[in-house]
Every structure is written in structure tokens, then in C-alpha cells.
Design a protein around this ligand. Structure first.
Ligand code: 5GP
Ligand code: SF4
Ligand code: MG
Length: 447
């Protein structure tokens, strides 16, 4: 999973890229990078770490320009290495070109080995390099033509930004799987994964880049090259459940309202008698508010979150994951003791979070713990950029709901039904739900 930003401005973009990237830090915490154009050449600063660890006054002061792109990345297991840090920069027939990508290509390995058999040497383990390579291959002076041609070869999820010395470019796959927005005011044009990265620059005027659309921003302004006839929307529904910030407005649906209504629907679907509704913060909070308002059961912050621990799911082994849950979330005995608790979380993936939490909520004195999950059982891996484990590690793929309930030690367990989650979208046909249904919009090739 990643976050991308591109900015063209009348002033320096260095600080702006820093602010925008900071506001989408939740999309990737392993590395951060920027490429900036001084009008003739591209310069870069990138490293492993969080945005505020990678950039400082010292390494930014040598670079200035009015055009630039940035990236935050969360690396899949085994790929968290410095040579994979984006943006990636290349020379293309005497032009400098850099790319930042969010998503995942499903035909990466096939295309890559074909090129390798022809002698091509790749320098990273990322499919972003393959996209850059293909654009370079097809570039004859017209970046739109080159991108369009590369889009014929690549399959899967890609929301990308490019930087050239005189322009930024954004493009999104034909299914619009991962989000990408464009916003502008009199001074700036910003392309970014989420509107937070645009709004932080005080720009309120933004829209989604359309599925299959290419946008180019240069001295002449914004040009759009849509390809509506090829577009077939399958936007990631999990963005609203978990991935995006609650203030994200993707395809005209607000993530906070989606989550709050998911809590309301979950109460209607699976009511329970209890004393308190407690969220698993932060991603479960809007849904817990919805559940509480609908049920009339008071909302309480029964778990205290350590804000400095990052996202627990990404840890590379089970012991680390369990420890991370403990370090990150602590039950409040004063709230929980003697109470019947409804615990609301957005998803169960491996089952680590819920099992460890319920154990500790009981230790803090809870009389009953009822877990309500605001998405359907997660039974299939995602091939489009959300770093999920293999199917054999997905607890709901291996066990019945009642067996999961017993394993995690809940008094009752309910998942929001597929039918109900689809009611939260403006058109159920326009969303990818593959992790819940197995219905993949673009099919992974056998390798
Ligand atoms: P589990 O502990 O069951 O493996 O994971 C579920 C928890 O991880 C939930 O609390 C949810 O908020 C979070 N989660 C779900 N999907 C993702 C993801 O793709 N990345 C990260 N970092 N966390 C996730
Ligand atoms: Fe999103 Fe799930 Fe589809 Fe992946 S499989 S793109 S997480 S809905
Ligand atoms: Mg969580």
C-alpha cells in the first residue's frame, strides 16, 4: 500500500510535498521520498522511515523547484529494502522521468521475466519500475502516448504520478481500483491519493481522476485525457472500511459516513444487549459511534491507543504482531470493569488483534464481550496493493464464524453482511469486493 502526491505550483513545492505526504502517512510507513524539478533536472531525497524522519531542513535545503512528486510506501513482507524506495528516477531518451505508484500489477512477474529473458536488468523489486520501464520504451516525445501504450501492457491496480522537468502527470487504471484525486487553486495543482493531501494546502476544489484517465499539468495548465469507453469501475471497497482516512471522499462517498452507517446497519443486522459500545481505535471509532447511536447503548473509550505505534498489521511475525497489539492498545479498567461490552472493529484478518484484545478486556473485568465487525469475513488475499497474507493465514478462510468466536473468546461475533456493506455504496457494481467474495475484477495470471 502506498500514497502518492504530485504538485505543480507558482512557488516552491518542497514544504508543500512534505505537508501533503504527512497527511497521507497512514498509506505507508516504511519509506518516503520526493523528486523535485528545478526546471531542468530532477533531484531526489528518499529513505526508509516516516515522512518526518526522512526529511529535514538539512536534506531539503539543497533542492528547490516548483514541480515535484512524492511517495510513502508500506512494503510487502521481504521487500522492505532501500533500493525499493520510491519515487524511482530514470533517464528516458535524454529526458528525466520519475514515478510514484500506489497499487499492484497482477502481470508483473510475467512481464518482468519476459524482459529479463531479453537481457533487461531490474534494479528494484517493485512493479513500479516495470511501469516506468514500459513508459520509457514507448516514449517518443509524447508522454500521454507513452503512458497510454504502457497501459495496454500492464494489468491490475495502479494510481501513478510522474514527474518530468516541466510537468507532472497522473493516471489511474481502467478499473479505478486505488483512489487518485486532482485539485487546484490559482497557485497550485495537486494530484494525490486522498483529498487530505490536497486540502492540507488549503485547496477545496478537487475531483477524482477518472478510471483510465491521464492528466497532464504543465505551463499551459491541466489537460485531461479520459478513456471512458474502456473504464469499468471496480474501486476498492476496503478503502472505506479501513485504508483511507475518515475524511476521504472517494468517488463521492465519504469514508467517515460510510463507517458510521456501517455501525448503524450492523446494529440492525445483529443487535445485542450490552452496557457500553467501545471501538477498537482508530479505524473502528466511526462505526462504533454509529452502532451506539442506533442502539442507544452508550459509547465509551474502553481502549486507550498509543498513537506512536503505527499500524500493527504490518509486523513481520506473529510474536511481534501480538506484542504490537499490547503496546498499541490498553484496556481502561475504570471503564470496562463489570460491564457488558460491544467491541467494534473494522475487520478481522489473521485474528490477532481481536484475540489479544478480548483476552485483556476480560482481564480488565468485562462481564461479556460481543465483537461486531463492520466488514464481511476477509477470506481472499488482495492482489491490488493491500498487503494481505496468504489465504492460509486468513482466519475466516479457515474457520467457521462460530469457531472464530470460540478462538478469539467472544460471547458473540457478527460480521456486516455483504448485502449490507454494498448498501453503503452508490452503485454496488462499481466496487471491488474480492477479499470478501473472491470475485476479482482483473484475474491474476498463473505463474
Ligand atoms: P488481525 O489482527 O485480525 O490480523 O487484523 C485486523 C486488524 O488490522 C484490524 O484492527 C484492522 O483495523 C487492521 N487492518 C486490516 N487491514 C489492514 C491492512 O491492510 N493493513 C493494516 N496495517 N492493518 C489492517
Ligand atoms: Fe480492496 Fe479487497 Fe479488492 Fe483488494 S481485494 S482491492 S482490499 S476490495
Ligand atoms: Mg484496527
Amino acid at each position: 500500500m502506498s500514497g502518492v502526491v504530485a504538485i505543480k505550483s507558482n512557488d516552491s513545492v518542497v514544504q508543500k510535498l512534505f505537508y501533503s505526504l504527512s497527511s497521507i502517512q497512514h498509506r505507508g510507513q516504511d519509506s518516503a521520498g520526493i523528486n523535485i524539478s528545478d526546471g531542468s533536472h530532477l533531484y531526489r531525497v528518499k529513505a526508509m522511515g516516516l515522512v518526518n524522519e526522512v526529511f529535514n531542513d538539512n536534506n531539503l535545503k539543497y533542492h528547490d523547484g516548483k514541480i515535484g512528486i512524492g511517495h510513502v510506501r508500506s512494503a510487502p513482507e521481504g521487500c522492505n529494502r532501500d533500493y525499493n524506495v520510491e519515487p524511482l528516477l530514470s533517464f528516458v531518451k535524454d529526458n528525466e522521468l520519475s514515478i510514484a505508484h500506489d497499487g499492484n500489477l497482477i502481470n508483473y512477474y510475467g512481464l518482468k521475466s519476459k524482459e529479463e529473458n531479453n537481457g533487461m536488468v531490474f534494479h528494484t523489486q517493485t512493479d513500479s519500475e516495470l511501469i516506468l520501464f514500459l513508459i520509457a520504451r514507448y516514449f517518443e516525445g509524447d508522454i500521454v502516448k507513452a503512458v497510454r501504450r504502457a497501459m495496454e501492457d500492464i494489468k491490475g491496480a495502479y494510481s501513478c504520478v510522474l514527474c518530468m522537468p516541466d510537468k507532472i502527470v497522473g493516471f489511474r487504471d481502467y478499473n479505478g481500483i486505488r483512489p487518485l484525486m486532482i485539485g487546484f487553486d490559482d497557485e497550485n495543482v495537486v494530484i494525490a491519493s486522498e483529498n487530505a493531501a490536497i486540502e492540507i494546502l488549503d485547496i477545496d476544489n478537487y475531483r477524482d481522476v477518472k478510471a483510465g484517465e491521464i492528466v497532464v499539468v504543465d505551463k499551459d495548465g491541466i489537460k485531461s485525457y479520459p478513456m471512458d469507453e474502456k473504464a469499468s469501475y471496480k474501486s476498492c471497497i476496503f478503502e472505506y472500511v479501513y485504508t483511507a482516512r475518515p475524511d476521504a471522499n472517494i468517488e463521492n462517498t465519504n469514508a467517515y459516513m460510510f463507517r458510521r452507517r456501517s455501525g448503524e446497519l450492523l446494529y440492525d443486522q445483529a443487535p445485542v444487549e450490552a452496557d457500553l459500545v467501545c471501538p477498537v481505535p482508530d479505524s473502528g471509532t466511526p462505526s462504533a459511534i454509529g452502532f451506539s447511536q442506533r442502539s442507544g447503548i452508550p459509547f465509551a473509550a474502553g481502549l486507550v491507543k498509543n498513537r506512536y505505534m503505527g499500524r500493527t498489521f504490518i509486523k513481520s511475525n506473529q510474536k511481534e504482531r501480538e506484542l504490537a497489539v499490547r503496546l498499541k492498545l490498553n484496556p481502561q479498567k475504570s471503564v470496562i470493569d463489570g460491564k457488558r461490552i460491544v467491541l467494534v472493529d473494522d475487520s478481522i484478518v489473521r485474528g490477532t488483534t481481536s484475540e489479544k484484545l478480548i483476552e485483556r478486556i476480560r482481564k480488565a473485568g468485562a462481564k461479556e464481550v460481543h465483537l461486531r465487525v463492520t466488514s464481511p469475513p476477509f477470506i481472499n488475499p488482495c492482489y491490488y496493493g493491500v498487503d494481505t497474507p496468504d489465504k492460509d493465514k486468513l482466519i475466516a478462510a479457515k474457520m467457521s464464524i462460530d469457531d472464530i468466536r470460540k478462538k478469539i473468546g467472544a460471547d458473540s461475533l457478527e460480521f456486516l453482511s455483504l448485502e449490507n456493506i454494498l448498501k453503503l455504496t452508490n452503485n454496488p457494481d462499481n466496487y471491488c469486493t474480492a477479499c470478501f467474495t473472491g470475485s476479482y475484477p482483473v484475474v491474476k495470471e498463473k505463474i
